[in-house]
Write a protein of this length. Sequence first.
Length: 255
Amino acid sequence: MNKLTNAHAIRIASLYQHLTGNLIATIATSLLLAFYLSEIAEVSFAKHWLFAIVSVTLLRIPLFRIYRRLMKQQISAEKAAAAFGVGALFAGLCWGGAFLVVPVNITLATTYVAITVACVMALTCNTYQASSSAVIAFNLPIVCIVVSRFAFSEQGKILAIGVLIYGALLTFNALQTARRIQREIELQLNNAILIEDLAEQKTKSENLNFELETKVQQRTQSLNGLNNELREEITERQHVEHVSARYTTSTHQFC
């Protein structure tokens, strides 16, 4: 894979790494919210909403299999991101559906739901910050449901405008964070490639130095051998000359 694809795969993998905590937090928060809403007489279908969000959460469990395939490079990062985005979209629909079980007029139940969902949106954006598309997939249905339900209510206009601005700010922050994470990952990959290249060049240099040293040692040994042979030849020649000189002297004396 090229550099950009690697960086994208790393970002998507980071989403799946937080999936366990995200699913557990979703079930725990939805149970608390459903328990609170079930105690309010003016709220209906709280249990139905709880069943829906728990069902969607359980249906997201197979995403772990996609994560394993992604780590083994058996599936592309784009397909893994799309699968995660679909799960985030349905989760957002369920959390937005919490506003459908409370009255249109602003009551304590509506306020409690708004605060809870706002906290869930903030935590989800922090968890999904590596992918702006996942943040948009989660926030968009919530914002759409709140605006469509409360925009035409005298008491609900402020809530609708507030959620709209809040969702826009979270999405904008997610876009900026995703770009920053992308740049950081690409920088890390570039540094890793550079370090790998430097290590390879160092290994080649060390091997070349070793080969040169070996050749120098072999050449030195060869020269030492030739030098020893030359010395032996000189010594032998000097010995022959010495014997020849003695023989010549002895011959002259005899004559």
